[in-house]
Design a binder for this molecule. Structure first.
Ligand SMILES: [Zn+2]
Length: 470
């Protein structure tokens, strides 16, 4: 079977004889890339609704489509968060809307379809979590056995998905780097289909469709921001935008911004030091597990993409990611994982430095849902707001104290309570207090005034007594 389009080595230019997709050239070890000829790109038409498979003519050929409804994700104009940051045209590409809540569903759909085409019944992949959850789901749909190699630290929600979709899971090493080595060896020894993102070039082809969708949703933006682990996402976006330009559809390309965690930034570090290869990292220190990669497989091509596009690279601390995560949820209703909120956090830095102009159009890639991550779930459950007895009691006590200082009326009380509850809720409390004989009320002109009764005064004093015992 000849591959369409051909896989060509970026280093030696040769095209290997291979039926299976593979990421590395057997001759020189260079990165293999699917190459579309310009005349082919110019003739391609997108058909059907906005979805992953709308771009089928620009994906390597598959016959059996294994789909769960991936792609076609919303691009939100982020008005409130944009205003908070000082950006008028901030957009969020919300990939958490995919079937298993991450952008990796695009990869899994294409990869599992290819595995079925080639007649495999078992696949193996190394994963930090999201790809594993996706592959497990699509394998279940296609009746394939799914073997996943994960590092020791994996996000709880992603692991739960892998288990639910009935994948076999093996722990290997401290970071994804060891897991990739193990998956490669296993694939070779068993003859299973190799689905690791670092070892299968279909993953990159699948992710470039995000660039196609952004283009169809708002045209070519000034900037696109993405998190970097292996560097494959930035590389894929760049490939997508370049294909749009070569095909004659778009007449420009966006500048790309790559973001990594401060405690694990081999690509950002190399970019800032003007080096061509990712820096050597001894130990990865970040709780953003999705981008905890010490030896990024697509590091060199990611650096190339950032530079060619005239882009930038930013390291973000874990604390800042978490703060932005909350802001993103509270201002836009989007609950993203830390690696994704890091993209938005980088904008503040770039605006301060003057790299970004407030009038420019910026798209941040929200790769996956915050519901999947252990760290966030633990932090949030500690932070839960309680509406228990104590809270309601405190409110009634505050109202009594406000009235103790002299007669007052409903609207005045509401204002003095800081307008944190509705006016209706204030009147509800007043009516309850009055029915218990703690306050009394009378009409004067248009207003109804409230005063403390002797019983009310006694209750306040009793509360003081009780508190002095605590
Ligand atoms: Zn080569």
């Amino acid at each position: 079977m000849t591959l369409h389009p051909p896989l060509i080595c970026r280093r030696c230019g040769r095209s290997p004889e291979t039926k299976e997709p593979r990421a590395r050239c057997p001759n020189c070890g260079g990165l293999l890339e699917y190459h579309y000829r310009e005349d082919y790109l110019r003739g391609v038409k997108f058909t059907g609704p906005l979805s992953f498979w709308r771009y089928r003519p620009l994906l390597p050929r598959v016959e059996n489509l294994i789909s769960l409804g991936e792609g076609g994700t919303p691009l939100h104009h982020s008005r409130r968060l944009g205003e908070a940051l000082g950006l008028e045209k901030l957009y969020l590409k919300d990939e958490s809307q995919n079937p298993t809540n991450s952008f990796r569903d695009r990869c899994a759909s294409l990869i599992v379809s290819n595995a079925v085409d080639l007649g495999y019944d078992t696949l193996v992949a190394a994963t930090t979590g999201n790809l594993g959850a996706s592959l497990a789901a699509y394998s279940a749909r296609a009746d394939l056995s799914c073997n996943l190699i994960v590092p020791r630290a994996v996000d709880m929600g992603k692991l739960a998905q892998m288990i639910a979709y009935d994948a076999s899971i093996e722990e290997q090493g401290k970071s994804i780097d060891e897991a990739v080595e193990h998956a490669e060896r296993l694939g070779r020894e068993t003859g299973w289909y190799q689905a690791s993102f670092e070892l299968n070039p279909l993953g990159v082809e699948a992710l470039k469709t995000i660039a196609f969708e952004i283009y169809e949703q708002i045209g070519i933006p000034d900037w696109v921001v993405a998190p970097m682990g292996s560097g494959g996402t930035i590389y894929a976006l760049w490939k997508g935008f370049k294909e749009l330009r070569t095909s004659g559809r778009a007449d420009s390309t966006p500048r790309l911004i790559g973001v990594q965690a401060e405690g694990c930034s081999p690509i950002v570090g190399a970019f800032l030091k003007d080096e061509d290869r990712p820096l050597e990292i001894e130990e990865a220190r970040t709780r953003a597990l999705a981008i905890r990669v010490r030896r990024p497989a697509y590091g060199e091509v990611a650096l190339e993409a950032l530079r060619e596009s005239g882009g930038a690279a930013v390291p973000i601390g874990d604390g800042e990611m978490l703060r932005m995560e909350m802001q993103l949820a509270q201002l836009e209703g989007i609950f993203a994982e830390p690696a994704s909120s890091a993209t938005v956090a980088s904008l503040r830095v770039l605006l301060e430095k003057g790299v970004l102009d407030p009038s420019e159009t910026v798209v941040c890639l929200i790769t996956s849902s915050g519901l999947k991550t252990t760290d966030i779930l633990n932090t949030l459950s500690k932070r839960r707001k309680s509406l228990g007895l104590g809270y309601r009691l405190a409110t009634k006590e505050k109202i009594l104290r406000a009235i103790e200082g002299g007669r007052t009326y409903g609207y005045d009380l509401w204002r003095r309570m800081g307008k944190r509850m509705t006016l209706g809720a204030i009147y509800q409390h007043l009516s309850e207090l009055e029915s218990r004989g703690l306050i009394t009320s009378y009409q004067e002109g248009k207003r109804r005034y409230f005063e403390l009764t002797t019983r009310g005064r006694n209750v306040l004093r009793a509360l003081e007594e009780l508190k002095s015992l605590l």
